[in-house]
Design a protein around this ligand. Sequence first.
Ligand SMILES: Cc1cc2nc3c(=O)[nH]c(=O)nc-3n(C[C@H](O)[C@H](O)[C@H](O)COP(=O)(O)OP(=O)(O)OC[C@H]3O[C@@H](n4cnc5c(N)ncnc54)[C@H](O)[C@@H]3O)c2cc1C
Length: 534
Amino acid sequence: MSASQTDAIVVGAGFAGMYALHKLRDELGLSTRVFEAGNGVGGTWYWNRYPGARCDSDSYIYCYTFDKDLLQEWEWSERYPEQPEILRYLNHVADRFDLRKDIQFGTRVTGADYDEATKRWQVRTDAGEVATAQYLIGAVGCLSASNVPAFRGMDTFRGKSYHTSSWPHEGVDFTAKRVAVIGTGASAVQAIPVIAQQAKHLTVFQRTPNFCVPARNGKVDPDVARTRKANYDAIKENIRNSYFGFELNFIMKSALEAPPEERERVFEEMWDHGGFPFWLANYQDMFFSKEANDVCAEFLRRKIRETVKDPAVADKLTPKTYPYGTKRQPLDTNYFDTFNKPNVLLVDVNDSPIEEITPNGVRTRDREYPFDIIVFGTGFDAMTGPIKKMGIRGRGGEVLADKWADGPTSYLGLMVAGFPNFFTITGPGSPSVLSNMPVSIEQHVEWISDCIKHMRESGVETIEPTPDAEVRWTAHVAEVANTSLMPTANSWYMGRNIPGKPQVFMPYLGGVGPYRQHCAEVAAKGYEGFTFAT
Ligand SMILES: Cc1cc2nc3c(=O)[nH]c(=O)nc-3n(C[C@H](O)[C@H](O)[C@H](O)COP(=O)(O)OP(=O)(O)OC[C@H]3O[C@@H](n4cnc5c(N)ncnc54)[C@H](O)[C@@H]3O)c2cc1C
């Protein structure tokens, strides 16, 4: 069978892969082929269909901004739209730009080898197909490799079990069912209140309690939507140059300097407003000083005690072992209140570890709990997981997963030395998951597309970072993280949710705006830190 040949291969058809296809095919005129494991576009929003699934970024900025007409024509119904609405939006984008004809669905890339003789990537799929391309774009997502814990007896359970990130398309009926949710991260925080409304009984198994902030979802006011549409140029500029890709800025003051009454008022305002401001627009030293952080954390702990009626349950739900904001901020709608319901039980697995899954349910050290349905809200092998799973081998047959055995290395989170013409969209070492992701995705796709355009105009065939640039950037990513409290938590940002994963802070904390500017300067200086070859 002869291998199909295109200029570019893109792996993944979520926000990132879809825009990459449009940019490379429609603007640069490259023949481009996309492989997507799912049977439709949308990535995260194709897979994560659990009850309560919605984005936590405000809808008016959780979207593409590259096309003015698209921005004007799409109407978001809610402040944080539910998964079906986001998926409808991404399908609309696929139709509008005629993307599907170049996407091969239901096809997983299982290997990619760089052939030094032809200077092309040879990509293999789970269908046994081989395709080659000059450029390989990893648009595999930061949160697309599910983390399914390896409990003993997983296969023996006679009921139904689901992971939030691969939810059945027809939905799950919890009526009259005894349900377990294992995990209390951002997805579980969204799902638990909805499941509790339907299930006969819900048991939540918690390892680490979370600091939650109310989402305060609601319908979008048509006047507000109109004003935003009239101001999208400014909004776009603002989010692209902000710290986290939102219209949010830190309070340029120390939490410790603000008088207690002022602080209390500010906290209450952010609490009432809901959403990410409490996390990303708090006092500027919140992420950096433990004492300042404690003040913010104590406010949130008090809110838990005020909401949860049983003091023992409130105590279990109260985070005490890590600084506030150092794990992904879950936004909640009635999360803590759900634990006041008579049909909801919280089990702290630190007191009573899960020993095995049995045919009837879950056995902890203390007892067996019978269930009809088990929901795993256990998150992802974040950031490096999906890239490693692509089976990438670069120059000299070097295996990327081996190169990253002690943690990911990269230059700008965009490329890796020894892997020519392989680009990672929102790869480790870039702001990625520490940002409103469509902003970071657009920046990467545009940088990559400009880079390929430059290569074609200059008649060069390959680009890759110098080892030195990669070492320096990787050290810089760690150095910036280490100025903050971020690395101190057992977070997935640090790889600590996966047994044996190297403990390295993977995203870049230097800020979306400064990072964008730095990437632009690198390009303006003739792609400083990269080498080109013909
Ligand atoms: C429940 C949930 C809520 C979220 N909420 C927010 C939010 O509020 N704000 C925010 O900014 N971000 C949020 N995110 C992050 C979200 O992942 C990004 O916003 C965005 O959707 C990422 O798009 P992407 O295209 O980079 O990756 P994805 O959407 O993950 O798409 C990657 C695609 O690549 C495919 N793929 C992976 N490996 C292979 C392979 N080897 N072969 C073929 N196909 C492959 C996958 O099937 C997937 O469809 C959320 C994530 C989750 C899970």
